[in-house]
Design a protein around this ligand. Structure first.
Ligand SMILES: [Fe+2]
Length: 259
């Protein structure tokens, strides 16, 4: 794994071979001329647009016919049923908060794994990271694990089941697959892995802010108050990662950060 961005034998762009580029353009032009010798072929354009329409129609049909991503389970405890029943009677929809709690739980679990992957890369080759930087990353990993436990407590206090996969938990699980793949690619550098974790922290910050709003709107101020610490810590994670990514990228470019 090479930490620095290097010039090398990348042959993906057409500038690599002016001769073949000219041949390709001449071939493309010949095909275009054969199809439409003097003008844009309205028939070909219409066929292309018909194909696009058919594709859109197919997608709409699938969207109409598909099942939902899942449902929020009914509480399996008496206290949970009482909570839910009382909320439903007042016209509230407590399943929305439970769904978003499930989402945060899934995301924090994934966050711990992302930080574990990042720390493994740092141990292999920390590059330009200081011991202080790595200590902060380790602390952030532990805080993600604490946030996971915090959400478990909240779900249990509402009589829910923290082992249930809610629809939004399912959604973020699929969304995060790209992050996990990019970070666990042995070829991605520490800086590239930091970029991945920065992406995750941007999502995480937005997720926590919404969750606190939702908990307050649902009348669960005690839960919202307990979540405030997570919101503060997530903001620090985001700020630190933004600064680290900027510092390492500028260093890679041979520049320095503005004070
Ligand atoms: Fe975080």
């Amino acid at each position: 794994m090479e930490a620095r961005t290097e010039l090398g034998h990348n042959r993906t762009g057409i500038q690599m071979s002016p001769v073949h580029t000219a041949e390709m353009l001449s071939g493309a032009n010949a095909i275009a001329d054969a199809i439409a010798p003097n003008a844009i072929d309205a028939g070909a354009l219409a066929a292309e647009s018909r194909a696009g329409l058919a594709d859109a129609q197919l997608r709409r049909r699938y969207a109409r016919e598909a099942d939902k991503l899942g449902s929020v389970p009914l509480p399996g405890t008496l206290s949970g049923l009482a909570h839910t029943g009382a909320d439903l009677l007042t016209g509230r929809r407590p399943q929305v908060l439970m769904d978003k709690l499930g989402e945060r739980l899934a995301f924090e679990r994934g966050g711990v794994r992302l930080y574990d992957g990042l720390l493994a890369k740092c141990q292999a080759d920390g590059g330009d990271l200081s011991a202080e930087d790595v200590a902060a990353i380790r602390r952030f990993r532990d805080e993600e694990a604490q946030h996971f436990a915090l959400v478990v407590q909240a779900i249990e206090s509402l009589g829910g089941d923290p082992t249930a996969q809610t629809p939004c938990a399912d959604l973020v699980g699929v969304e995060s697959q790209g992050l996990v793949q990019a970070l666990n690619d042995p070829r991605s550098s520490v800086l590239q892995a930091l970029h991945v974790v920065l992406d995750a922290e941007l999502l995480d910050n937005a997720g926590w802010e919404l969750l606190v709003q939702l908990a307050r709107a649902a009348g669960h101020d005690a839960i919202a108050d307990r979540f405030a610490i997570a919101v503060q810590q997530e903001a620090e994670h985001l700020q630190t990662l933004q600064a680290l990514v900027a510092r390492l990228t500028l260093a890679d470019a041979g520049a320095t950060c503005a004070p």
